[in-house]
Ligand binder design. Structure first.
Ligand code: PGA
Length: 250
């Protein structure tokens, strides 16, 4: 069965709740495409307003982060059941900005992935190499390691539902997109490592996104690659261009 494409916006630390509602209302008609799963990952504080605003549309709301404990003395964190209570279906885990500025590691990523599955939230698990790593020729080794740790103790049935976002750090917010061949090479390697950890059926089922300066101009070429099943889109998800990305096949 062909994998359904999944295009997710990552709003990062942008838009107040009222601005979020305005942007959703603007984008709603532009992102209508039933052939694609469409997700807006928004700041935690925007989630209640965003959930209301997308009602009746094809848009699902995701979070940008989540903690791996159920509740307790973790000042400032958001628990998984706080997200599910609002109707959140997806959560970005281990974005490179969280790894760089908020000390997330492959181990905390793994804990969060397990917790998300426990609560029925689909994790969008981020991986990606730095420019130095690419220049040193260790991209694939590095990504294999990130994936192996992220999926520790994750069952095959869970892994089949996971989304992986391959985001080369040097391409994020820089306007420097990986070529479609570079992106495909790594996404294919990710599918291979999933096949090694689990089996061929799991590797075939899992959806792998590319992220890093995806825009209306390059989305169609990237999404035409056999192992690229979608996109995780930052800057361009805050603009009408997101509609063009979602409708890349029209
Ligand atoms: P960008 O961000 O599209 O602005 O490069 C992508 C991301 O960080 O998910």
């Amino acid at each position: 069965m062909a994998r359904k494409k999944i295009i997710a916006g990552n709003w990062k630390m942008n838009k107040t709740p009222s601005e979020a509602v305005a942007l959703i209302n603007e984008l709603k008609p532009l992102v209508a495409n039933d052939e694609v799963d469409v997700v807006f990952c928004v700041p935690a504080i925007d989630i209640p307003a965003a959930i209301e605003a997308v009602k009746g549309s094809n848009i699902e709301i995701g979070a940008e982060n989540m903690y791996f404990e159920e509740s307790g003395a973790y000042t400032g964190e958001v628990a998984p059941n706080m997200l599910t209570d609002l109707g959140v279906k997806y959560v970005i885990i281990g974005h490179s900005e969280r790894r760089e500025y908020f000390a997330e590691t492959d181990e905390t990523v793994n804990k969060k992935v397990l917790k998300a599955f426990e609560h029925g939230i689909t994790p969008i698990i981020c991986c990606g190499e730095s420019l130095t790593q690419r220049e040193q020729g260790i991209t694939i080794d590095w990504i294999r390691q990130q994936i192996k740790i992220a999926f520790l103790n994750v069952t095959a049935d869970q892994a089949k539902k996971a989304v992986i976002a391959y985001e080369p750090i040097w391409a994020i917010g820089t306007g420097k997109t990986a070529t479609s061949d570079q992106a495909e090479e790594v996404c294919a390697a990710i599918r291979q490592v999933i096949g090694e950890i689990y089996d061929g059926a799991t590797a075939e089922a899992i959806r792998i996104q590319y992220g890093g300066s995806m825009n209306a101009g390059n989305a169609a070429e990237l999404l035409a690659k056999p192992d690229i099943d979608g996109g995780l889109v930052g800057g361009a998800s805050l603009k009408p261009d997101f509609g063009q990305i979602v409708n890349y096949n029209k």
